[in-house]
Write a protein that binds this ligand. Structure first.
Ligand code: GLU
Length: 380
């Protein structure tokens, strides 16, 4: 697949813009925001649908309040976000207003989407906003989010939202030109990688942990987000957010930033939800036969393939399946509790009833509730 082919049918675009793009020495960089809004509005005029995930609340609030240095505590960051989020929205509202466009604010935490019902509600709201032609601006609900319910950074949030709205393309606007083969801040030899077709160890190693002083996610979190998004069959571009007309040029097919091509065999929405939004409550170590059945043959997980149960979980909980070397193979919703699986692991399906006194399911995890996280090996 070429860059042109990947972008050919992209009509619904999720744009993520980082704090480092939006803020300068004096807080929000109004000129850059105007430039970005002009670029987005021009896309809208041409019939593209746009959803925006915007950072910048904490950085803006901090500047607004005149707080020097780094914010020290979590409550300080949350308080700064409370001040900055309102300002951020006012700036966007004014800028989009000049183009006759309305903005809507949606603030989310991870716990809003791990529940299937709330996930669907949010989806309905976002689709209604799209239908109404409103520019939806999404951020993490920083003022209430604590670690346990956090997306962590907006790269992750944007990846989740891309799935919820069924975006055709994600553009992550950053303060760098894209993904380099090594850290450009420390190596002059660093070269931009224009196209990523596979998440090789080299690609993973190219993404360093370093973050700018204002944003949260470094290149590593962008590559992680790209992995999730491309697994859902959506192309992902990391591009320089301050470049004038960056969106127009990307949609014109120009070679800008790094394009991660969608994975061919992408997960369906429900499986994606299982794989990436649910936190595993435990794990099952599975044997080589079961691994082959899950990955190579598209089968369900049966008791006979389970070697070991880790954690305490109940029916319907998300659990990851790991191989004997400890690599995560799949994630799924279990039909039996940890305690029950400990009793029936290693046994033939026919023995379940004999041991438990009942048998509601043949499978530990049914195929429909199982998301395989690795690609099958290429057949010779
Ligand atoms: N939600 C944070 C903010 O708006 C930014 C998170 C991030 O940089 O990833 O300030």
């Amino acid at each position: 697949m070429t860059r042109k082919e990947a972008l050919a049918n992209a009509r619904k675009i999720l744009i993520k813009v980082g704090s480092a793009v939006l803020t300068g020495e004096d807080g929000l960089d109004l000129q850059i925001i105007e430039q970005l809004v002009d670029d987005i509005s021009a896309l809208r005029e041409r019939g593209f649908q746009v959803v925006l995930v915007s950072s910048g609340a904490i950085a803006s609030g901090k500047h607004r309040l005149g707080i020097p240095g780094k914010l020290k505590s979590i409550p300080q960051k949350q308080a700064a976000a409370a001040v900055g989020q309102g300002r951020l929205m006012r700036v966007y509202s004014n800028a989009f207003g000049k183009h006759g466009l309305f903005v809507g604010q949606v603030l989310l935490t991870m716990s809003d989407i791990t529940d299937r019902k709330r996930f669907l509600n949010i989806r309905n709201t976002l689709f209604t906003l799209l239908e109404w032609g409103v520019i939806t601006i999404i951020n993490e609900n920083d003022t209430v989010a604590v670690d346990e319910i956090k997306f962590g950074d907006n790269d992750h949030l944007a990846a989740m939202v891309a799935n919820i709205v069924g975006a055709h393309l994600v553009v992550n606007l950053t303060s760098t030109d894209g993904l380099y083969d090594r850290n450009p801040a420390t190596s002059k030899k660093a070269k931009l990688i224009p196209l990523v077709t596979e998440f090789t160890p080299e690609i993973e190693a190219a993404a360093t942990d370093e973050v700018s002083t204002v944003g949260l996610g470094g290149m590593k979190s962008k590559v992680l987000a790209a992995k999730k998004v491309t697994a859902f069959g959506i192309p992902y571009i990391v591009a320089p957010g301050r470049r004038p007309g960056v969106l127009r040029d990307i949609m014109a097919g120009k070679e800008i930033g790094t394009l991660f091509l969608p994975m061919a065999d992408h997960l369906k929405s429900r499986k994606y939800w299982i794989a990436f939004t649910l936190r595993a409550r435990g794990h099952l170590v599975i044997d080589a036969g079961a691994k082959e059945a899950l990955v190579g043959e598209g089968k369900s997980l049966l008791p006979s393939g389970v070697l070991h149960v880790e954690g305490d979980f109940t029916i319907g909980d998300p659990v990851s399946c790991v191989d004997e070397a400890g690599a995560t193979i799949a994630k799924g919703l279990v039909n039996y509790s940890a305690e029950e699986i400990r009793k029936i692991m290693g046994l033939k399906t026919a023995k379940i009833e004999q041991v438990l006194g009942y048998k509601d399911y043949d499978e530990i995890i049914h195929r429909d509730n199982l998301a395989v996280m690795i690609q099958p090996p290429v057949k010779p």
